[in-house]
Write a protein that binds this ligand. Sequence first.
Ligand SMILES: Cc1cc2nc3c(=O)[nH]c(=O)nc-3n(C[C@H](O)[C@H](O)[C@H](O)COP(=O)(O)OP(=O)(O)OC[C@H]3O[C@@H](n4cnc5c(N)ncnc54)[C@H](O)[C@@H]3O)c2cc1C
Length: 479
Amino acid sequence: MSVPARHDRSDALAAVQAEVPHLTITDDAELVRRRSTDRSNMLGPLMASEVGGSLADAVAMPANEREVIDLVAACARHRVPVVPRGSGTSNFGQSIPLEGGIVVDLSRLKGVIRIDEGSVRVRAGTLLPEIDEAAAPLGRELRIHPSSKRMSTAAGFVIGGHGGVGSIRHGGLADLGNVAGLRVVTVEEQPRTIELRGEETGLVQFSFGMSGLVTEVEFPLTVAHPWRDIALTFPTFGDAMRFGGDVTLADGLDVKNCMPMDPIMASYLVPLEGCFPADRAGALCMVASHSVEGLADLAARRGGSITMDVAVGEGPRGFPGYEYTWGHAMWWLRKQQPTLAEVLFLLPPVDPVGTLLTLLDEIGEPNWVSSTCQRFAGRPAPQVALGVDGSVPGRIGEVAAAAEALDCLVVNIHQAKLGASSIRDFGPEQRAFKAAVDPLGICNPGHLADPDLDPAASDHASEAARLAASGWSSRFAGS
Ligand SMILES: Cc1cc2nc3c(=O)[nH]c(=O)nc-3n(C[C@H](O)[C@H](O)[C@H](O)COP(=O)(O)OP(=O)(O)OC[C@H]3O[C@@H](n4cnc5c(N)ncnc54)[C@H](O)[C@@H]3O)c2cc1C
């Protein structure tokens, strides 16, 4: 049996519903619309033309793994695509049902299954703050979380995200050990459950929901410190960037996050306006209270000083400091400048700061620029989010090409397909695993780039697909 065409799917959907009468599968237009979108319009205008108005056919919200298995089995029998979903906060288009089907909202699979000082195992839809609440009595917390922590689910972060707060010390999710285990339901007429451990979890991590439905996630835990939100000011952006490099390597300091930024970027973080004097660069850090003195000493070496020191979340308007960093930096910029688009890249290991300053000189726009400090495989890998005027045709591509020409590794965040130009490639091992767990090709279809297609050589490729972007896989080597 082949996958029924979208216009001819109503019989198949009715047949699925008949096989799982204990589950509600709804085609309520408003719910379908809301569950068919994510935050992908946040990074610029190109994604909208990539994903069009893609809509699911229906939405289901299973309450437990048994219901997930029943639903997936029925969908496989009737060849209806399934699109797993957590909170829909992803911004690379990965939650969007490009070929319709049933969005399987897993946010009802909640709760901690077991926890000890070393690790925690949770159901897929558990929100990340719920994990830290469970770990707090043990004096532990998640090693890494996205800046979207308060909205995101455990499985959504592992399958759609890559790193964030904590990556300055622990690396990205791709670094071995940062995801301990995953339980995956295969998309077959008789679904299997598979437990992936350690390195095997890399087969599914950052898979855009194409490699089965994850029902449980196991994370390692780390020491929870009384964290402080620290704002700092520096004479120049170069000083702030060099400070970021110093902090990344200062292993004696317990630091969870650090984002140096240009004076213009600092001025867009409106609630923090008192912390960042005009025309000076800034940095935001999340530091254990016992490491604040050391941080101040490091800052002084680059001419910097502390302008705010509060417990996390007790700064102006109650935002935790990390909600200005990582994915949130562009959110703050676009709040005031909605035409901005993001070019995202890693700086080269040799002369990273000089390279960034050269690039900013070359592109000659206002510097809407911030850099999140992180490591890959133990090595510093500063990530830069650069705002460019997305309303100027071709501008995103020009700036991406200029960054690539300076040996920066640009990642293509403007198309909803996973491939070599992405944060993580979907290589032969991941493809083989996908084929084994999704033999019918109905698990979030449409998101896999064709490895043999060179968009630059194709007349039909979209502007997004043509962006100059090496992707980051080469920097994960050895992770
Ligand atoms: C303001 C903002 C800041 C952000 N900051 C960061 C950041 O710092 N770091 C970062 O990595 N990301 C960041 N993101 C992106 C995103 O929030 C995270 O990756 C997030 O963890 C996704 O979680 P979610 O529950 O919303 O997943 P969703 O968006 O619902 O899903 C993400 C992907 O995972 C798949 N998926 C979800 N659940 C399952 C499941 N149970 N089984 C199989 N597949 C599944 C979906 O199909 C989709 O492809 C940010 C986004 C925003 C809007």
